[in-house]
Ligand binder design. Structure first.
Ligand code: ATP
Ligand code: MG
Length: 411
């Protein structure tokens, strides 16, 4: 669980504002749900036999003996909130941002408290909305300057019946070759065989080359949905790769599943992942409601932006002007700073406090990244003036009346 230190927060603020503005441009509204939920919510929604529920949840009893869990993902809580608050009488396009908690082995791009942006859309059954959220994410990558470093993997899991039929065929195939599977996959064979498909073990992958293919088992409706989605993405110019072995680690998915992956992060290559979960709302006690969404890992996204060197230069500048106050001028300096903040609401002004020599204050002004040092010494304080020194361009300094300063800076 990381602290987010001041030198990192500008990058996070940039990512957060880019995403929230993008979602607003597509007509999505923000939802905030509690970080703590009843444990049962996740075991039911995410699935008992998933990595998350079996071994990754932060679960404890509260003071009244109820089992509660720090949310490991955002979909379950969003669905609960949407049902309880009657949001599902009409289509909803929602987004959220916040911390998620999973007890995993920490490593690069994998933390125990991490952060996700997520999108959940309710009440729209067709592939057009699957296409919209993928087109929106493609726009996000372009906006952040990483479109060349991510690619889209796409698959369809079909409906529950076709998944069950496929599951049987896969188990038959693997059962006959059981001794060639590693321990993890053997365990999954009984409990969650589809997860074997995304095993990282090369020997298992070799074995899977001859296995039955999920896409051959798709029911007509899922196939039409998948074909529709592919056609819409083709028309929109969003390229993708069909990966018939792409399954997701959560039980609620059916039909469309996808991952945006990168090879710039080593093993933790999935930045954004999601899919359709038409059955979940009903399973959680709501009326049948089609749904589709994704989660996007912010730590991985930030790592990517840093690794690829695509962060905008303006992030290094957190203040525009630095007020240098030399001598017994505290009251004049505070008044000048407030006057400027009154006149120029966009100005980011850091005022030096605590005294010190002119030289040491000018060093701090330079280090702050500000474009201007605004200097008030005893002469300036007496005459109601300020000296403006340009820190980033070759320009002679000038001394102006406090009343004229706002106009000069605006210019
Ligand atoms: P992975 O296969 O990497 O474990 P996942 O399938 O568990 O990912 P999801 O539950 O779909 O991931 O979460 C969506 C996104 O959240 C992931 O694609 C990833 O970017 C991010 N994410 C998931 N777990 C972590 C973690 N422990 N630390 C940081 N980011 C994470
Ligand atoms: Mg995981």
């Amino acid at each position: 669980m990381n602290d987010l230190l001041p030198d990192q927060s500008p990058v996070w603020q940039y990512v957060e504002s880019t995403l929230s503005e993008l979602f607003a441009r597509y007509g999505y509204s923000e939802i905030r749900t509690p970080y703590l939920e009843a444990t049962e919510l996740f075991s039911r929604a995410v699935g008992e036999v998933t990595d998350i529920v079996e071994k990754e949840m932060y679960t404890f009893d509260d003071k009244s003996g109820d089992s509660v869990t720090l949310r490991p993902e955002g979909t379950a809580g969003t669905v609960r909130a949407a049902i309880q608050n009657n949001l599902l009488n009409q289509p909803q396009r929602l987004w959220y941002f916040g911390p998620m908690f999973r007890y995993e082995r920490p490593q690069k791009g994998r933390l125990r408290q991490f952060h996700q942006f997520g999108v959940e859309v309710f009440g729209i059954p067709g592939p057009d909305i699957d296409a919209e959220i993928l087109i929106m994410t493609a726009r996000l990558w372009r906006q952040l300057g990483i479109a060349d470093s991510v690619s889209l993997q796409l698959n369809s899991l079909g409906n529950a019946a076709s998944r069950a039929a496929y599951r049987e065929a896969l188990v038959d195939y693997l059962q006959a070759r059981r001794e060639q599977l590693d321990e993890d996959s053997q365990r999954r064979l009984e409990r969650n065989p589809l997860r074997i498909l995304d095993s990282k073990n090369p020997q298992t992958q070799e074995l899977l080359a001859g296995a039955p293919c999920l896409l051959d088992f798709l029911d007509e409706e899922s196939k039409a949905h998948f074909d529709g989605l592919k056609a819409l993405l083709d028309a929109a110019g969003v390229s993708y790769e069909i990966n018939p072995k792409l399954v997701r680690g959560l039980d609620y998915y059916g039909k469309t599943v996808f991952e945006w992956v990168t090879d710039s992060l080593g093993a933790q290559g999935t930045v954004c992942a999601g899919g359709r979960y038409d059955g979940l709302v009903e399973q959680m006690g709501g009326k049948p409601t089609p749904a589709v969404g994704f989660g996007l890992g912010v730590e991985r996204l930030v790592l990517m932006l840093e690794t690829l060197g695509v962060l905008p230069e303006f992030l290094n500048r957190q203040v525009d002007a630095y007020l240098v106050a030399v001598g017994e001028v505290q009251s004049a300096a505070l008044a000048a700073a407030e006057r400027l903040r009154e006149d120029l609401p966009w100005l980011r002004l850091q005022a030096h406090m605590g005294g010190g020599s002119f030289k040491s204050q000018m060093k701090k002004a330079d280090k702050s990244g500000a474009d201007y040092a605004l200097i008030i010494g005893e002469d300036e304080a007496a005459s109601g003036q300020v000296t403006v020194k340009y820190l980033r361009e070759e320009q002679p300094q000038q001394t102006v009346a406090l009343e004229a300063l706002a106009a000069l800076l605006r210019e």
